[in-house]
Design a protein around this ligand. Sequence first.
Ligand code: HEC
Length: 197
Amino acid sequence: MTNGRLTIVAIAVLGIGASAFAREQSGASARAAASAPLGIGRAATPDEIRKLDIDVRPDGRGLPAGKGTAREGAAIYAQKCASCHGRNGEGATFDRLVATDSGKNFDFAMNAKLPRAVGNYWPYATTLYDYTYRAMPFLQPGTLTPDETYAVVAYILSLNKVIAEDAVMDQASLPQVKMPARDRFVIDNRRGGKVVK
Ligand code: HEC
């Protein structure tokens, strides 16, 4: 809008002799406006986009190349995670990461004392990769390499007795891990009612 008004003013002021120049200018500003709607900033480079484009979906799409085992992850965990989450994932100053009991019938709604953690509540192992890679360690997010992330994820899954200690976690194997709580979550496919977003 602002651009359009400015262009009209420019044509009026510059007069007929300068109108070709003004048309040229208005073409250039239209092109700039198309690539930057607010007329500020610049387009992100592919490299900048790659650094931010780290989401991993439940089916594993977005997982990077790399691999790790629980044995490798144990050392990383002790150094970078245990201070907040406990030596064995039992929780310390912050969240517990290990729990295998989900009650007789997934009783979380009835029993507030039942702790929710990766092993008894999370439906997808891939989410553990996504979350750890983007958000942990809490004070240095983004510092783990993909190999370190696969290793520490493998360690947490093995503490939760979801995978064996020597299982290799990578792009192909992690999405195949079936979490104990997987079937407790269903996609809400009801139609016709009020849509709540
Ligand atoms: C300085 C303390 C600190 C350190 C170190 C730390 N975390 Fe955390 N972690 C947190 C906090 C705080 C939360 C909760 C964040 C929130 O709810 O927004 C959390 C949450 C988590 C959760 C989600 C738990 C759940 O069930 O909701 C996982 C998984 C996790 N951290 C993994 C790790 C791993 C793996 C490491 C080491 C690489 C690590 N954390 C290091 C503080 C820490």
